[in-house]
Ligand binder design. Structure first.
Ligand SMILES: [Zn+2]
Length: 342
């Protein structure tokens, strides 16, 4: 039995670090376990331009613990007002990706385009030419909630054919159909998978009492979908890599207003180690969390390393008002060294 696992320090290619006091509280958790993190732009106000991204990167760096080798990577949010010039300017200051949120599909997305056709002409061409990655929240507007991801795939298929050099990431896959679509598309289309979609189904959310801390978008779906996601991430296929979609909300926002999003930054790697071990694929964890994403984003692989050890720990119920994934549960693996607040 493997007792410890030494892997390159992972990257998180989809995380919400928010703003203000929440940003200051959660950023150290991501910085502790990840070398780099692609930070999503659906803040309030949102990150729309090169200037916004530069300012946000400075705020993120100032919230990162001193001496920790952590690099936040920035994105901009695509709206109906985004132009090819805003894309080119963003690429020029080092923004790596632009995020497409269909209108109303998640936190702070009420200003989103309804679909990709709703973007201004020339925006996707400029992204392709500037080598900016298109990150897609792949859910169709106006469709029954469990069918939204599948309903979005035909639209994306059209764009995959029209923009053969545009790198596209389907974010937070939640269905077998999306896994199979990504497998079928060319190598310029990849996907992130979250820890929570690997361990939750709709039963965890509404199977007994309503559990708001398991609520996220897209909602966790069937056991069959969950098995397809586990198979995808443990397959060793480079198209699938980690994006935690760690999305903190204060406990009150989750319990009183039903905010969508799961905070998993402090526990993501422990949860993943357990999932990969149960699938007999512990040896593939390092590639999923630290290699395939870096390769897709054309970043050098990390040299720092972390060590996971087989040592049961109880996940805290709460981190200063934010409830994590697996709150109060035993995890079989833990990380050597200390994480903030533990
Ligand atoms: Zn997200």
């Amino acid at each position: 039995m493997i007792e410890s696992l030494n892997i390159p320090k992972p990257d998180d290619f989809h995380v919400h670090l928010r703003q203000g006091s929440l940003l200051k509280l959660v950023t150290p958790f991501t910085a502790a376990h990840f070398s780099r993190a692609l930070v999503m732009p659906n803040t309030e106000p949102p990150i729309l331009t090169a200037r916004d991204a530069v300012n946000y990167a400075a705020e993120l760096r100032s919230a990162s613990p001193q001496g920790m080798n952590f690099q936040p990577l920035t994105t901009i949010k695509l709206t109906k007002l985004t132009t090819n010039v805003s894309v080119e300017n963003a690429a020029a200051v080092g923004v790596l990706a632009a995020k497409f949120y269909p209108q109303g599909m998640t936190t702070n997305a009420s200003d989103g385009p309804v679909n990709l056709h709703d973007l201004q002409p020339g925006v996707l061409d400029a992204m392709q030419e500037s080598d900016l990655v298109l990150c897609v929240h792949a859910e169709a507007v106006g469709v029954f909630c469990l069918d939204r991801e599948i309903a979005f795939l035909p639209e994306l298929d059209e764009y995959v054919r029209v923009f053969p050099r545009l790198r596209i990431v389907l974010e937070h896959l939640s269905t077998r159909g999306a896994v199979e679509a990504v497998e079928g598309w060319p190598a310029n289309v990849a996907a992130t998978v979250t820890p929570h979609h690997l361990v939750l189904t709709l039963d965890d959310l509404i199977g007994s009492e309503l559990h708001p801390h398991s609520f996220c978008k897209p909602v966790p779906k069937t056991l069959d979908d969950q098995r397809a996601l586990i198979r995808a991430v443990t397959s060793g296929k480079p198209k699938f890599f980690l994006g935690t979609d760690s999305a903190p909300h204060w406990r009150t926002a989750k319990e009183e207003s039903g905010a969508a999003g799961i905070f998993n930054a402090p526990v993501a790697l422990q949860v993943l180690a357990q999932v990969f071990e149960d699938a007999g694929a512990l040896g593939r964890l390092g590639d999923f969390v630290a290699a395939f994403g870096a390769d897709f984003y054309r970043l050098p692989r990390n040299r720092d390393r972390i060590e996971l050890v087989r040592r049961s720990v109880r996940i805290p119920n709460d981190y200063e008002g934010i409830v994590p994934l697996w709150a109060g549960r035993e995890a079989r693996w833990s990380l050597t060294g200390q994480t903030p607040l533990q």
